[in-house]
Design a binder for this molecule. Structure first.
Ligand code: C2O
Ligand code: CU
Length: 487
């Protein structure tokens, strides 16, 4: 039992199960959070972390405040926040506050909303979060490498009135590709990978280290906040012996419901808040399995019950529902309708008709021959590829008058999964492949399966230029990105 990771990836970027588990010295306890102050200083800086666990090699990572994941940013709904980001990396950076509906100038997209923060410089982000919930922050500059080397942290915005639960637990799940020596594997932006599933790694960490078990007490109800901070790995989590209830998606409270087939689907950048009643037996352990990729399931961790007797004899019957956030409801009758078609990638010649057939023969053709495609583009939205992290002078794909209700039809014509993220707004998910979705939940990142057609709606109430892109970082960097303008 001394393998360095609990899951491994083959040369082709797929996961093999059963490589053994890390022995943790002690069961971790959930971190105690300090009270929200609204004031933070986040220093982007290189550091070292023992990702694979005690006794394993250290990894040179990039961090916020020397920690992986970065410092927890703990804010209060409706109260102003001031966050100073200092750049001690040797390259430019920015911070994007993923999912928070904030003023455009605070959105952290280089070129589009701010000048990048140069090495040695700082930038003050100031905003008042309108919504309570689970959000996260990450760079939007050289995103694939900066996120892939560890720059990510959670933002928890607390409700105005505290929610009645026994515990509030955060799991930031991150996927890393490490070498045998424990370093971050080089070659970010491999073209073949970019045209397929993206850079899937070989070790998954929970709050910054491979986890054997997470400690809980029987009889408790905990709010478990899941954040998928991976570059590309999609997760489908099963909690053996438990019946978690989804109470929020991407920070936005939803009708409490059990996940379909007991699997909690979590694409890159997505968050899910669960209410988890700990009805197992004291002293026992229960597997938490990720079985998203066919035949490649692995154990993420275990729910490790301590020996103490249950806190209560019967399940808590307090309501599960969280207070809703003040989201504007789109008026579907008067909404303008637009279509955004996702194109490109391997095995999609059919979907690329009229686009120069650059995928012919399965070769990534250097971007030649494709209208609107920039250097290294392998993906497009409506025939145009915006590559990189965001930049100035981009014509928006769509322009909305402020306050308009909008229905977007997202068509995935590719053979790959895409978690599509819109900045500055939340999207009400209306339908998938012509069928109404059961809870019409709000999301800022919508995971689309190959060939999916989805309808989402929102009120374009936040002025500015907003990115819409795939959150598989290789896909974003290589063209699956566009800009929507609210004027
Ligand atoms: Cu997590 Cu452009 O975003
Ligand atoms: Cu994608």
């Amino acid at each position: 039992m001394n393998s360095q990771s609990n899951c491994r990836v083959s040369r082709r970027g797929l996961l093999q199960a059963g490589a053994g588990l890390v022995l943790a010295a002690a069961l971790p306890v959930p971190a105690a959070w300090s009270a929200p102050s609204g004031q933070y200083r986040l220093v982007a800086t290189p550091a070292r972390a023992r990702l694979a666990g005690p006794g394993r090699p250290q990894t040179e990572v990039w961090t916020y405040n020397g920690m992986v994941p970065g410092s927890l940013v703990h804010l209060r709904q409706g109260e102003p926040a001031r966050l100073v980001v200092e750049n001690r990396l040797d390259q430019e950076t920015t911070v994007h506050w993923h999912g928070i509906r904030l003023p455009n100038l605070m959105d952290g997209v280089p070129g589009l909303t701010q000048s990048p923060i140069k090495p040695g410089e700082s930038f003050l982000y100031e905003f008042t979060p309108p919504d309570a919930g689970t959000f996260w922050y990450h760079p939007h500059a050289n995103s694939l490498e900066q996120l892939g080397r560890g720059l990510a942290g959670a933002v928890i915005v607390e409700e105005r009135e505290p929610v009645a639960v026994g515990g509030d637990v955060l799991w930031i799940l991150s996927d890393w590709r490490l070498t045998e020596e424990g370093g971050i594997a080089p070659r970010f932006g491999n073209r073949m990978e970019a045209a397929m599933s993206g850079r899937v790694g070989n070790i998954v960490t929970l709050n910054g280290r491979a986890s054997e078990a997470e400690s809980f007490r029987a009889g408790e109800r905990v709010r478990l906040r899941l954040v998928n901070a991976s570059l590309a790995r999609i997760m489908a989590l099963r909690f053996e012996g438990h019946r978690p209830v989804i109470v929020a998606v991407d920070g936005q409270p939803c009708d409490p419901h059990e996940p379909a087939h007991g699997r909690i689907l979590l694409g890159p950048a997505m968050r899910v808040d669960l209410m988890l009643d700990l009805e197992g037996e004291p002293g026992r352990r229960y597997d938490v399995i990720d079985d998203f990729y066919d035949g490649l399931s692995y154990r993420l961790t275990q729910l490790g019950y301590d020996a103490r007797p249950p806190i209560r004899g019967h399940a808590l019957d307090a309501p599960l529902e969280l207070p809703r956030n003040p989201l504007p409801e789109p008026d579907l009758a008067s909404a303008e309708r637009h279509r955004l078609t996702l194109q490109g990638g391997m095995m999609s010649m059919g979907g690329m008709s009229g686009m120069g057939g650059m995928m012919g023969g399965g070769m990534m053709g250097g971007g030649g021959g494709m209208m609107g495609m920039g250097h290294g583009a392998v993906w497009a939205i409506n025939g145009v590829s915006m590559t990189g992290d965001g930049h100035a002078g981009t014509d928006p794909a769509l322009v909305f008058e402020r306050g308009r209700s909008v229905v977007l039809e997202l068509r995935n014509e590719t053979a790959w999964w895409h978690p599509m993220h819109l900045h500055g707004h939340s999207l009400r998910v209306l339908s998938r492949n012509g069928k109404a979705v059961p809870h019409r939940q709000w999301q800022d990142t919508v995971l689309m399966a190959p060939k999916d057609v989805m309808e989402v709606a929102f009120v374009a109430d936040n002025p500015g230029d907003w990115m819409l892109h795939c959150h598989v970082m290789d896909h974003q960097m290589s063209g699956m990105m566009t800009v929507l303008r609210v004027a």
